[in-house]
Design a protein. Sequence first.
Length: 344
Amino acid sequence: MIQRGLDKGRATWSGFREYLRSFSSIYGQVVKTIAILSLFFVLSFGTIFRMINQEFIENTIQESGKNVCMFVQGALYQHMLENDKKALRNTLDIINEIPGIEDVNMYDAENNLAYSSSPTDSLENHNPNCKDCHTNIDSMFPPAERGFRIINMDNECEMSEKEHDYRLLLIRSPILNEASCYTNSCHAHSESDVVLGSLVIRIPLEELDANLNKSLILALLTSMILVTFLLLFTRRSIRNPLSEIIRASEAVSKGDKSTRLEIRPNQLNDMRMVSTAFNEMLDSLQSATEELQNWSQQLEYKVQKKSEELSEMQNELIHIERIASLGKLSSSVAHEINNPLSGV
């Protein structure tokens, strides 16, 4: 059990070292470069897209808000001119049911809440009376011009309903004093009054935010798919061929001269050239090795042949020397026999 644990630990450590070595390899550098460039392009294009998209969205929101505001003012104009409070209330209730409009609130010249299309029970969740949390309304919106403001759950404005998790577009449109207003007998406005009140319309941006989130998720998924594709492509086109070259080199270093790299038609040109050059190098190496072996065998044969010749020559010399010695001995014996008295 202990040995098994040690073997498992060694295998894990070996795999971890192999993983660390991969970062210093060509493939690791390519992956690092792709990751850095992908992050750079995603951030750059994301920032540019966000800036362009933000400007487009703001213009679209303001244009839509302007159209809605003109529609609401047109619907309420006659009732305000006639000071018909009941008809004004009924129209506000009808407007409140229109899709794309959260509610409509009307304020007097002192920014006090005069009418609201919100039901009474919903007023517990948000407070449409701006003066309760804002001391200077005119600093937030131009007094005599149409103004726009986006609020969300993090906004301190109590107009933001806490049970909603989407943003709201706040449009404040001033009710300007016109000749039909101060000349009407039922109105107590003088000609010097510029602003008689204001309309604050809330438009939900839930659908817009949902579409933006979908676009963001789609962009992230597309980026992830693109990066994954690049990694798989570099793995198949760079890492695998390099690994084959390394394994072939190790096999050759161990004496396997028959190893060759497979050249595939879908390989990168550079990898195909490297594989071809590697195979040609192995072919040349094998040819040189075989030639050296042939030379070695021939040299060995020639050395052996010369050794045999030298041995034969040596034997002949020994034989000649023995014959010469025997001749000398025979000559001496013959001399002694022919001259027997010379020895006395």
